[in-house]
Design a binder for this molecule. Structure first.
Ligand code: SPV
Ligand code: MN
Length: 644
């Protein structure tokens, strides 16, 4: 079992600062008077010790305390251009940042949880014993900022004062990372101390790009010291590896939910968005999806877009499920973002007025960023993360498939800034889980019980990449959160049952599955490709909104509740003016019992390998499986909703 504050605190072991007096002396020595004065706002001793140890370890030439003021933000933007970490694009406020070709995504094989002896981690994560990490960090991060300026920023992962908001320090020598931090997180310099006291914990992140050369990327490491809630990252720049306030701290938040607030809080890899229903009511959704499965697009379909990546949840005093978004910005995938599917986002990316950092796209000769699927005539030539690119380079894509844009959410037309700032959080009425499933689950279904809802989350599957639509073979992606769950999955499963089954949650949300990736082939239809289109999401979410309020009825089936054809047909007309033939409904919503049974068998077998996994999950699988077999005996292996 994971324990906090256990084992050697690596940051202080390498930094060598043990007492607050030593810390204060070091700060006086290394900070100029201006920045020392800025740091005067921070009095919390543990916080000062972390900063002093980071300075002692990394040995920067100067230390810059970022207060979040407009002047400080402008300074960082300017420095980033001067250092060349970013370059200006033609549109004012737009810049391009390139990561090394070897550093274009999260480096799964160089990412480790630092563990104490005998500490178990998730079967899907990598761990390293504390002593080894200590040696590595001492060898590779000591003096790593020689000649560089260290930036220190103070943030809140959520609105200040919200129950599940957790303060975090970002320490980095990269102006790109600092610039990104300011776009994505709430600088809470003035409130930081009080927030640490309120929450009783804070996260620390220490990063340096080091030499920033391809030949040094093998030395890159992303370490999460869970016991001391501190991350270390070196020799890389990709934000998923370096801006560890995002996924590094999501991992810690998930530990906190599991091991400090089990049954009371959850930390999820979920978007948050609000749908407007009849009479103008707002209904908030939180939804999980693995990277690259349409999470940002789904989030932006809402009338009140809140966030596209993370949700910090708790049970409100009124028995509702509450959530806040730890972020205020988007680090979104660009591939296939175009005017048709993502009109709000495209306005930010193609019209003046928004501060945007593009990463790893093609920059054409006019200084315009271009990416695969942007919906515009192909570029002839330009520069991308690999250098010069021309259209005749067959098989070499114009932009990296993980090219991203970083911007504040408030720039997006349908963002609701006031709601995102409210420490009371949003009342979540609908929780969704989606993956990338070619042949088994329908586009939308609702769990008949909270346990069945937990089972939907536990059973998410996806394909590795967008290019693999229609192929068989699935990856398990429990809650789309497995890459960020440090502890054994059985613990996480328990935490889910404890949370959604908590008697305090008297106004529970509905829990639903979503699947946009059913193929024509899988349903015996002529032609290739998907049965649905991107814009159908409006209908699936719209139906869930109505169902959550009891405004439509559903059809009970062994896998859960399905929408009725008439209700969907009406919504297709109202929401997206699209015809919705009965034949399409039948293909999308018929139960393909053999597929469903083998999917349950796959999940059941995989979860059986997780020691101590709750019987509540296996009960759900067993019940559904038995009911499916009875149905198959009675009606055959493909059963249309009207025959249920
Ligand atoms: C994801 O991959 O889920 C992201 C981007 O949101 S990263 O910061 O790399 O995790
Ligand atoms: Mn994500």
């Amino acid at each position: 079992m994971m324990e906090f504050k256990k084992g050697v605190d690596i940051l202080s072991a390498v930094g060598g600062i043990a007492t607050i007096e030593e810390a204060q002396n070091l700060l006086k020595e290394r900070l100029d008077s201006e920045h020392l004065q800025r740091l005067d706002v921070i009095r919390h001793q543990e916080v000062l010790l972390k900063i002093a140890n980071a300075i002692s370890m990394c040995a920067p030439e100067a230390v810059y305390i970022h207060t979040g003021s407009e002047d400080d933000c402008a300074y960082v933007r300017q420095m980033s251009l001067e250092k060349g970490e970013e370059q200006p694009l033609a549109m004012p406020g737009h810049t391009i940042h390139f990561d090394l070709p070897e550093d274009q995504g999260r480096m799964v094989n160089q990412t480790f949880y630092i563990v104490n002896e005998d500490e178990e981690v998730s079967s899907l994560a990598k761990k390293e014993v504390r002593e080894h990490s200590l040696v590595y960090i001492r060898e590779h991060m000591r003096d790593i900022m020689r000649g560089k300026t260290m930036f220190v920023g103070f943030y809140s992962r959520g609105p200040v004062g919200a129950q599940t908001s957790i303060p975090a320090i970002e320490i980095t020598s990269s102006t790109y990372v600092m610039h990104s931090a300011e776009l994505l997180y709430r600088n809470c310099y003035a409130d930081f101390d009080a927030e640490v006291t309120r929450r009783g914990e804070f996260f620390t992140n220490v990063h340096s790009e080091g030499t920033n050369r391809s030949e040094d990327v093998p030395k890159a490491r992303i370490y999460m010291d869970r016991s001391w809630q501190t991350t270390f990252s070196c020799y890389c720049t990709y934000a998923g590896n370096t801006l560890l306030m995002k996924k590094g701290n999501h991992r810690f938040a998930s530990d906190s939910a599991l091991y400090k607030y089990n049954g009371e809080e959850l930390s999820e890899h979920m978007f948050i968005t609000g749908m407007t229903g009849p009479g103008g009511r707002s209904t908030f959704f939180a939804g999980a999806a693995p990277s690259g499965c349409g999470k940002t697009t789904t989030a932006m379909v809402g009338d009140d877009f809140i966030g596209d990546d993370l949700a910090q949840m708790w049970i409100g005093p009124d028995g509702t499920l509450r959530a806040v978004n730890p972020e205020i910005g988007i680090f979104g995938i660009l591939e296939d973002v175009n005017l048709e599917g993502d009109p709000y986002l495209m306005r930010c990316l193609r019209q003046p007025g928004t501060e945007v950092i593009f990463s790893n796209v093609l920059v054409d000769e006019q200084g315009k960023p271009r990416w695969t699927g942007d919906g515009e005539p192909p570029a002839d030539r330009g520069v991308n993360f690999q250098g010069t690119w021309t259209r005749d380079m067959v098989g070499v894509p114009m932009s990296h498939p993980n090219s991203r844009c970083t911007l504040k959410s408030e720039a997006v037309g349908n963002h609701n800034k006031a709601v995102n700032a409210d420490p009371a959080g949003m009342v979540i009425r609908v929780v969704t889980y989606s993956g990338r499933d070619a042949d088994t689950m329908p586009p939308v279904w609702v769990a008949e019980s909270m346990d069945a809802g937990v089972a939907i989350g536990a059973s998410i599957v996806s394909k590795a990449t967008a290019a693999e639509i229609g192929t068989s073979g699935v990856n398990r992606q429990p809650w789309a959160n497995a890459p960020f769950v440090a502890g054994p999955l059985a613990n996480y499963l328990d935490a889910q049952f404890n949370f959604y089954g908590n008697p305090k949650m008297t106004k529970a949300p509905i829990m639903a599955g979503l699947n946009y990736f059913l193929t024509r082939e899988a349903r015996g239809d002529r032609g290739k490709g998907l049965l649905g289109e991107k814009r159908d999401v409006h209908v699936w979410l719209g139906w869930l909104e109505l169902y959550a309020h009891g405004d439509v009825q559903a059809i009970a089936t062994p896998i859960g509740l399905l929408p009725k054809y008439e209700d969907l047909k009406k919504l297709f007309t109202e929401k997206i003016s699209k015809d919705y033939p009965q034949s399409l409904y039948d293909m999308q919503f018929s139960l393909y019992i053999d597929n469903l049974v083998s999917r349950i068998d796959l999940q059941q077998a995989a979860w059986s390998k997780e020691p101590g996994a709750s019987s509540r999950l296996f009960n759900v699988y067993a019940e559904q499986r038995a009911a499916l077999l009875v149905l198959r005996d009675a009606k055959g292996s493909v059963v249309a909703p009207r025959d249920l």
